[in-house]
Design a protein around this ligand. Structure first.
Ligand SMILES: C[S@@+](CC[C@H](N)C(=O)[O-])C[C@H]1O[C@@H](n2cnc3c(N)ncnc32)[C@H](O)[C@@H]1O
Length: 215
């Protein structure tokens, strides 16, 4: 059992992802279309503000920028310095913890979290923090460009029934943290869960075609 480092609670994450940052994009060269589809599902409009949390090398930043245009705002955030350094070649990116975001409440029109949730020590707290910074009716996409089972196998383990991303578990986790689950694609080749920040109003139609959220 590895004890968390009290001086740096993210030491294990940084030790894992830091050395992988430089070759990250070479290892996964074919994901651009899947990222573009995930960004499209956020329904961003020109002038919007979007956050890519756990941005890694910033692979989603160009698609997010294209979605919001030059009048919009895009920011990446990651806890691993080597990742942030590379992401900054693609757009603004900050070194910070997803559990304590350096953004004011209700600022984001949409949040993308690609390959992040299962790395968080407290995924429920993480979802709550993502909800805090998201505007009413703003959207969240939990995404990875590979199926859950294939991702688990790549990391040398099997899927567990209590996986928060499991469609049997995620809607309740979202509902408990300020989100309303819209759709979950738990496919063999990608995972894309879409949610809408609760605001007490009925949600709009749910599609994965990038239709703007009703706001
Ligand atoms: C699997 S990688 C995905 C990177 C990128 N989103 C992509 O899809 O290429 C997970 C990323 O989450 C970051 N991460 C893990 N825990 C984090 C936390 N608490 N706050 C912010 N980033 C975190 C890691 O540093 C790593 O860059």
């Amino acid at each position: 059992v590895t004890e968390p480092d009290v001086r740096d609670p993210h030491a294990a994450t940084r030790a894992f992802f830091g050395p992988r940052a430089r070759t990250w994009d070479e290892r996964f060269p074919d994901d651009a279309a899947a990222f573009a589809a995930a960004v499209a599902a956020l329904g961003l409009r020109t002038g919007d503000t979007a956050l890519d949390v756990g941005c890694g090398t910033g692979r989603a930043l160009p698609a997010l920028r294209a979605a919001v245009g030059t009048s919009g705002t895009v920011v990446g955030l990651d806890v691993t310095p080597e990742m942030v350094e590379i992401a900054r070649g693609r757009g603004p990116a900050v070194l910070a913890d997803a559990a304590a975001l350096p953004f004011a409440t209700s600022t984001m029109h949409a949040v993308l979290a690609a390959g992040l949730l299962h790395h968080l020590a407290d995924p429920i707290g993480g979802l709550r923090e993502l909800a805090r910074v998201t505007r009413p009716a703003g959207r969240l996409a939990l995404f990875h460009p590979i199926g859950r089972a294939a991702l688990a196998a790549r990391r040398g383990h099997e899927l567990s029934a209590d996986d928060i991303r499991d469609p049997a578990n995620l809607p309740d986790a979202l509902a408990a943290t300020g989100w309303r689950s819209l759709a979950i694609d738990d496919g063999a080749h990608r995972y894309l869960a879409l949610a809408r920040r609760g605001d007490g109003r009925a949600s709009g139609d749910v599609r994965f075609d990038g239709a703007p959220a009703r706001r």
